[in-house]
Design a protein around this ligand. Structure first.
Ligand code: ADP
Ligand code: MG
Length: 329
C-alpha cells in the first residue's frame, strides 16, 4: 500500500460526507433520476449509494478505481466546456485507498448486473454476475480503516450523519429531476426523502421544514446576454422569523459553491432584517456561460471565480431587492 496514495486520498476525502458528495456527483453525471443512500455509523461503517443511472460498462470495471480513470473527458480542450461534475478520475481511486469499495452495476444492454470489489486502486478478482436493476450501487465500508489519525479526528457518527444529510439536502434542492432518499441503518423511516420532479418549494419544505417553505419569494433572472448569466432561486421573505443560521445554498452551473462577493451583496439587501437577528434561507442557482467560469478548481475548494462578477452580483442583488419588496410585510 503506497503511503503517497493514502495521503493524496486523505486530502480529497477528509470525512464521509466528501466521499458521498463525489458519489452523488457521479450518479448525477450518469443521468440518474433516483439516488438512495444508506448510512451506518455516520458513514464510517457503511456508506452506500444506489442510483438508476447509465451503469458502468463491464469492460471498464478492471480500471475503475485506478487514478485518472474517467469516462468524461476525451480531449484536453474539453475542460473549458465541461458539463459534468467529474473529469479527474480521482474520486473512486481515492476512496478505494482508504476504504473497502464494492460496485454493483448494470447497463441497459447488460443481461445481468456485475459485482466486484476494490482495494488500493485495484480490482479484487473478477466481476461476478448478479441480479440487479439498471444503474449502479457503490458500497463503501470501513472508511479510514487504515488511516487511524483521521478516524480519531472525526466527530461522532451523529455529527457525520448530520453533515451527510445537509449535503444531500443541498443537492436535492437544486437537482429537481432527481428523487433522493437517505436512511440511517436500522431505522424504518427515511432521514430525508424528496420525490423526483417535485417543485423547488416542495423540496425546500421537505428538507428545511414547513416554516421555511411557506415564507419564500421566488427570484428569477432571465438570461442576460451581456454577462452570460441567468438565475433562479427561492429566498426567505421578510416575514420569516428565524434565528437559526442556514448556510446559503448556492449553485453555479450546478456546482455547490461559495461566492463571497455574492454573499456580501445579499447580506446588504437583507440589512435591517439581519440587524434584528433574523437569518434568511437562501437558495440560488446561477447559470453562467461555461467559458466565463473558472472550473479548474481543486475538488475540496468551493469558492468560485467568474468574469463580470461585479455586474452579475449587482444584477442578482437588485433582483432580490425587487422580490423582497413585492411581499407584504
Ligand atoms: P470522474 O467523475 O472524475 O470521472 P470518478 O473517480 O468520480 O472520476 O469516477 C470514475 C469513473 O467511474 C467515471 O468517469 C464514470 O465513468 C464511472 N462512474 C463512477 N460512478 C458512476 C455511477 N454512479 N454511474 C456510472 N458511472 C460511474
Ligand atoms: Mg466523479
Amino acid at each position: 500500500e503506497s503511503v503517497v496514495n493514502k495521503i493524496a486520498a486523505g486530502e480529497i476525502i477528509v470525512g464521509p460526507v466528501n466521499a458521498l458528495k463525489e458519489m452523488m456527483e457521479n450518479s448525477i453525471d450518469a443521468g440518474a433520476t433516483s439516488i438512495d443512500i444508506l448510512v451506518r455509523d455516520g458513514g464510517l461503517k457503511v456508506l452506500q449509494l444506489t442510483d438508476n443511472g447509465s451503469g458502468i460498462d463491464k469492460n471498464d470495471l478492471p480500471i475503475l478505481c485506478e487514478r485518472f480513470t474517467t469516462s468524461k473527458l476525451t480531449a484536453f480542450e474539453d475542460l473549458s466546456s465541461i458539463q459534468t461534475y467529474g473529469f479527474r478520475g480521482e474520486a473512486l481511486a481515492s476512496i478505494s485507498h482508504i476504504a473497502r469499495v464494492t460496485v454493483t452495476t448494470k447497463t441497459q444492454s447488460d443481461a445481468c448486473a456485475w459485482k466486484v470489489s476494490y482495494a488500493a486502486g485495484k480490482m479484487l478478482g473478477e466481476p461476478k454476475p448478479t441480479a440487479g436493476k439498471d444503474g449502479t450501487a457503490i458500497l463503501v465500508e470501513d472508511l479510514f480503516y487504515n488511516v487511524h489519525s483521521r478516524l480519531r479526528a472525526l466527530r461522532s457518527p451523529n455529527e457525520e450523519l448530520a453533515k451527510i444529510l445537509d449535503c444531500v439536502g443541498r443537492y436535492a434542492i437544486n437537482a429537481f429531476q432527481i428523487g433522493f432518499s437517505c436512511k440511517k441503518f436500522g431505522d424504518s423511516q427515511f432521514a430525508l426523502s424528496v420525490k423526483a420532479n417535485s417543485t423547488t418549494r416542495e423540496r425546500i419544505r421537505a428538507i428545511f421544514g414547513r416554516v421555511v417553505g411557506e415564507n419564500l419569494v421566488e427570484l428569477n433572472l432571465a438570461e442576460n446576454p451581456q454577462f452570460g448569466v441567468s438565475a433562479h432561486g427561492q429566498v426567505s421573505n421578510l416575514n420569516f422569523v428565524s434565528k437559526k443560521a442556514i448556510t446559503p445554498v448556492l449553485f453555479i452551473n450546478n456546482r455547490l459553491v461559495t461566492c463571497d462577493p455574492l454573499r456580501r451583496a445579499l447580506n446588504q439587501v437583507y440589512g435591517s432584517y439581519l440587524a434584528k437577528g433574523n437569518k434568511p434561507f437562501i437558495f440560488l442557482s446561477l447559470s453562467i456561460r461555461p467559458d466565463l467560469v473558472d472550473v479548474n478548481v481543486h475538488p475540496t475548494k468551493r469558492e468560485v471565480r467568474f468574469l463580470h462578477d461585479d455586474e452579475i452580483v449587482e444584477l442578482v442583488a437588485s433582483r432580490l431587492e425587487d422580490a423582497l419588496a413585492s411581499v407584504d410585510t
